[in-house]
Ligand binder design. Sequence first.
Ligand code: RFL
Length: 388
Amino acid sequence: MVILGAGPAGLVLGNLLLAGGVGCVVLERATRAQLGARQRAGFLAANTVRTLERHGLAEGLLRDGRTHTTCEFRTEDGRFRLDYSSLGRGEPHTVYPQHLLVGDLLTQYLNAGGQILFGAEAMAVQGAAGTRPVVTVRDGDGRPGRWHGRYVAGCDGRHGAARRSLPPGAVRRHRLDHGVSWLGLLAEAPPSLDAVGYAVHERGFAGHMARTPEVTRYYLQCERGSSAEDWPDDRIWDELALRMRADRYGPLRRGPVLDRAVVHLESDVLEPLRHGALFLAGDAASLISPSAAKGANLAVLEAELLALALIDDLRHGTPEGLEQYSARCLEHIWRAQEFSRWMVRLLHSDPGTDGSPPFHDRLRRSRLASLRTSRSCQDWFADHYVGV
Ligand code: RFL
């Protein structure tokens, strides 16, 4: 079994396959140091934590992760808080930075005797329609190589070799451009509030998410086409303070900006998530906007489904799980996509295609008002906000 990519999807899959007695190799383009330094997600759903716990992969996050229960909305109509852990199914998030999770998964994989090649870039998956697909690779010095397996798992993200190797017409790609860009940044500063902060302002959206006691992630909606260089530290902090209404609700705790990048909010879903012997999981299967923090959670869920199905097929000769893999994942993916789109429209005015921005803006305010006042809307929100 050949796994492309050592992100959350590839490493959960690798660990579960090893535990299930299926041999595999992980091919990872980055070096080990690069992998450990890539800070991305942080909010893990209760279901994700249970999944990792079930397979003995949650020791680090249970020890060092922090429970998170509340979000705060700051709008032109005032401020309100939702303790989502006491709404709906009543579940919290666990905040545990993705690079720490990836580090834990990697350590466990290696300790279990797992094989991984760093600096090995998969170039293409060939012969996926047959029973012995081949992955061509190039190592850090440009030397070519080839890996065979009964199956290949494409866990190498949206720009990986798995997607590129799909022949035209083999799968459909459904795509949505949300029409919004965010500057995502990590600041070496403690969180400024004990909640996820969502600020809706006439100058654009601003978001606040705790990562660790020393590091906080912020988002700032920015002009399409703007670049990270347009945003020096002072401009970032002044704009965050304005949009988060720091004068009214309390100052932000400032610090040096460690990392900044412009993210254009887009989503896509591939259908089906399989071409012959090639299976897709994580961002390679579906890209989801970061508005609802679902990407890493979906990656873990899909990796578990794929691992159990592969073990059933390869160890017990039962192929049904593999046949159902795509349909089962797509059900979760589309629900997450729907909620993520709803979040975008809660936090941004949809420019619309019908020339009536003020109408869409009133709809956004009305959505927020429902969330502020309606218990059933809050229960629905909590279930979708935390669940995958
Ligand atoms: P990854 O993590 O991108 O890992 C893919 C791995 O494949 C390697 N690779 C290759 N290896 C070999 N050959 C090739 N040709 C290769 N091409 C690529 C890469 O080096 C990499 O190591 O994909 P995976 O495993 O599917 O995991 C997906 C998640 O990383 C992603 O969905 C999340 O980070 C999304 N996301 C969030 N998700 C959450 O659940 N909660 C969050 O709070 C959250 N916050 C975020 C996020 C994504 C963000 N960005 C990057 C837009 C915040 C941000 C800013």
